[in-house]
Design a protein around this ligand. Structure first.
Ligand SMILES: Nc1nc2c([nH]c(=O)n2[C@H]2C[C@H](O)[C@@H](COP(=O)(O)OP(=O)(O)OP(=O)(O)O)O2)c(=O)[nH]1
Length: 134
């Protein structure tokens, strides 16, 4: 049976822009785009996991807001349960550690990069939400 992998992702916004990250070539899902974040460890809440991962990965402190989306996607290596949250930066400037690129994209640019499949529902929702706010 495939393993269940519980993952959190931060949709960090600054005005109209959204922080997006490209996975490295050595990893599963090479070069695909995702939201910074990672696996929830035992005894951690999703928010605690997200705060820890963001500190480790991009060296920033965040404020975590509303949930964007929850998606379950079956990859060949396991079943990813991805929960994304809108976040704001409280402290720090994002730096590259694990990713091959990080970029602030506008809502209409989100669909121009190739996302990890589990992220597609969140991307569609974010794009719709930003258009509706205009
Ligand atoms: N952080 C993050 N992971 C995502 C997203 N979408 C998605 O399918 N994933 C997958 C990729 C990974 O299999 C898993 C996240 O775990 P991770 O970031 O700790 O795993 P990883 O593959 O980079 O590293 P490893 O520790 O397994 O070697 O969830 C997303 O938007 N953000």
């Amino acid at each position: 049976m495939k393993k269940n992998i519980h993952v959190v992702g931060a949709v960090i916004t600054d005005g109209e822009k959204i922080l997006c990250a490209q996975r490295g070539t050595e990893k599963a899902l090479p070069k695909l785009w995702e939201f910074p974040g990672g696996k929830i460890e035992e005894n951690e809440s999703p928010q605690e996991a997200l705060r820890r991962e963001i500190k480790e990965e991009i060296h920033c402190e965040i404020e975590i807001g509303k949930q964007v989306e929850h998606t379950v996607y079956e990859y060949d290596f396991g079943i990813v349960h991805l929960t994304t949250f809108y976040c704001k930066l409280l402290e720090g400037t994002p730096v590259l550690t694990e990713h091959m690129a990080i970029e602030w994209l506008k809502p209409n640019e989100l669909e121009q990069v190739e996302w990890a499949p589990a992220d597609i529902p969140a991307i569609e929702k974010i794009a719709r939400t930003f258009v509706a706010q205009r």
